[in-house]
Design a protein around this ligand. Structure first.
Ligand code: ATP
Length: 300
């Protein structure tokens, strides 16, 4: 159920939060912020390759979607991009570049600097990423203080602005609340606020709306789209749900058993699927109305 505070507060655009963003080195608009080249991921213990070559390029303001059933390698691909593969997994071939830097060359200190400030992520189950004994606003303020090097008072001010930017009503109230006092949709907004607190260029949303009811899911997707428009964020959207991808993505990769079986513009893939598996996914989704999410241009 959607609570009052989950609904978009009128007039709350992202601009107030963005006004305080620290200026950063501009990069050429068409230069990719994220380049994934034929990435393969293997389990060192079993010597088994799990992901068999994923490639895509992402520029500012664009969105790539990764779809596929459970266990197809979507999350491992994201985790590789964030440098947080589970212990015995490794990128066994290919390369990943974030804002022109090959992540294979990064030291742990450089990773710490990059995460949050250049690349950030939101996952399913936001509660498990927040500390239940610390007020949620203070957790966001801490990210801002550490990543942006600002004083506590300024960090608090910016955290409240961010809570407003992610369209939580009464951001001052939410600032002082604990995770158990907030609904799933509100927590996901808090997590998105934390994820964008240090003005990243890239945001990975891995099944970020899966656990939410349909109305709240739609609101969170709108919020991500707005972040893309106003902050020029490049988005990677991971979902098993083609409707989510249809709504947000410019390009889509369809994965099955660690393999990219189909890749192309969202329009091409959803309207002219070439692979049997994509057709199957589309057929499954048609049963609950994929067409609702396609723009008139896409349905033509
Ligand atoms: N920490 C881990 N330990 C062992 N195996 C793992 C681990 N994480 C992923 N795997 C295995 O790697 C494969 C790919 O998993 P991954 O989580 O990337 O799939 P997914 O497409 O994201 O699925 P889901 O939608 O369920 O998250 C699966 O076979 C999974 O069992």
């Amino acid at each position: 159920m959607t609570t009052l505070s989950e609904k978009a507060a009128p007039g709350t655009a992202l601009k107030p939060a963005l006004k305080t963003a620290t200026p950063r080195e501009p990069i050429a608009p068409a230069a990719p912020v994220l380049t994934v080249r034929d990435v393969r991921i293997s389990d060192r213990v079993t010597d088994r390759e799990i992901v068999h070559g994923v490639s895509f390029e992402l520029t500012a303001g664009k969105t790539v979607g990764i779809v596929g059933e459970s266990g197809s390698g979507k999350t491992l691909t994201c985790r590789a991009t964030l440098g947080i593969l589970p212990p015995h997994f490794e990128v066994s071939a290919g390369s990943i570049e974030i804002a022109g830097t090959d992540i294979a060359d990064l030291t742990p200190q450089q990773w710490t600097a990059l995460r949050g400030a250049t690349i950030s992520a939101v996952f399913q189950d936001p509660a498990s990423y927040l500390n239940p004994s610390i007020r949620v606003g203070a957790q966001i303020a801490e990210v801002i203080r550490v990543k942006k090097g600002v004083k506590r008072r300024e960090a608090r001010h910016r955290a409240v602005e961010l809570l407003q930017a992610v369209q939580l009503r009464d951001p001052e109230l939410v600032y002082g609340q604990y995770t158990h006092e907030l609904s799933g949709g509100m927590l996901q907004r808090v997590l998105i606020a934390a994820a964008i607190a240090a003005d990243p260029r890239i945001l990975i949303a891995d099944e970020a709306t899966t656990a939410l009811d349909v109305t709240v899911q739609a609101e969170i997707l709108d919020l991500l789209a707005e972040l893309r428009e106003h902050a020029g964020l490049a988005l990677v959207i991971v979902s098993h749900d083609l409707a989510v991808v249809a709504q947000l993505c410019d390009e889509v990769l369809v994965m099955r058993d660690g393999e990219v079986v189909e890749q192309g513009t969202t329009r091409e893939v959803l309207h002219h699927p070439r692979h049997e598996y994509t057709r199957l996914l589309i057929a499954e989704h048609e049963s609950y109305g994929l067409d609702r999410f396609l723009t008139p241009q896409e349905t033509s």
